[in-house]
Design a protein around this ligand. Structure first.
Ligand SMILES: [Fe+2]
Ligand SMILES: [Fe+2]
Length: 275
């Protein structure tokens, strides 16, 4: 498995960075795009810089209905004529972020469903798009769920309620004897997601690639240190390696690094990892 970070918040290689996430994964038999970053031009430019041919991607996944992951979706569809894209059936529902400048709708444009309907496949619960691949959107909650979701909302009738992230899905990839877990922001809590992935696969993943959502990017406020430490200690209990960035936050990352040492690496824009 080779993973290339096409978009992430901090440039660690030749590509341009922006708040968002897009990961490209090559396994023995597949060429997968996981999320599209915030902007189509950026996705295309970084793919060119990093030598990734998006036209050769054969399967794509959107982790959840937020524009820092879905912004490049249409550009991808225009530059790849065959890959099915798997999104949760609630990804196009209205989702909002409370910013300093006001409330902003951050879910993808539902018109994409009409324009590219045959390319977009809606998922729910536990879903296998192909052999060795499992999408799941049903982790439980726990006291390790992040509190920094507090400025994110979903529409319920005429009112807004706190986003429950029912539109979020995570991906397990089995490649031979190895198992990998991919997440977007882990709004449902990375430890909850990891526990659910372990239960579904019957074993813990060898490696996890995901934002851990331990900071609120809008408010620039990190989760309390106590929670970050408890997340780190729970992650330490799994045998996995962790590759994280995006919404993990620099302060929480440093705390996790103290706990996890060499088992944690920064998932910086432009980097490539082979496992
Ligand atoms: Fe995000
Ligand atoms: Fe998000």
């Amino acid at each position: 498995m080779t993973v290339t970070v096409l978009t992430e918040n901090r440039a660690c290689g030749p590509a341009d960075c922006a708040h968002g996430l897009s990961l490209h994964a090559v396994t023995g038999s597949r060429n997968i795009l996981f999320d599209f970053g915030p902007d189509g031009d950026l996705l295309l430019r970084n793919a060119r810089t990093l030598g990734i041919d998006l036209a050769r991607v054969d399967l794509a996944i959107l982790s959840h209905g937020h524009d820092d992951h879905s912004g490049g979706l249409e550009a991808f569809l225009q530059n790849n004529d065959h890959a099915p894209v798997y999104l949760h059936r609630l990804a196009f529902e209205p989702h909002f972020s409370q910013r300093q400048e006001g409330l902003k709708r951050i879910s993808p444009d539902p018109e994409l469903l009409e324009r590219y309907g045959t390319r977009l496949h809606l998922t729910d619960g536990v879903f296998s798009p192909d052999e060795g691949l499992t999408l799941f959107s049903d982790p439980g909650d726990s006291d390790l769920s992040p509190g920094s979701n507090g400025t994110l909302y979903e529409q319920a009738g005429d009112s807004l309620i706190p986003d429950r992230f029912l539109h979020e899905q995570d991906l397990l990839i089995r490649e031979g004897e190895k198992l990998f877990l991919f997440g977007g922001c882990a709004h449902r809590g990375i430890v909850n997601i990891l526990r659910r992935g372990e239960a579904l696969a019957g074993r813990a993943p060898d490696a996890v690639f995901s934002g851990f959502h331990l900071t609120n990017p809008g408010l620039k406020r990190d989760e309390p240190e106590d929670l970050v430490r408890r997340v780190g200690e729970a992650l330490e209990g799994f045998p996995s390696r962790y590759f994280t960035g995006h919404c993990t936050g620099e302060g929480p990352y440093r705390i996790l690094k103290e706990i996890l040492g060499g088992r944690l690496e920064y998932l910086g824009c432009g980097l490539r990892f082979t496992l």
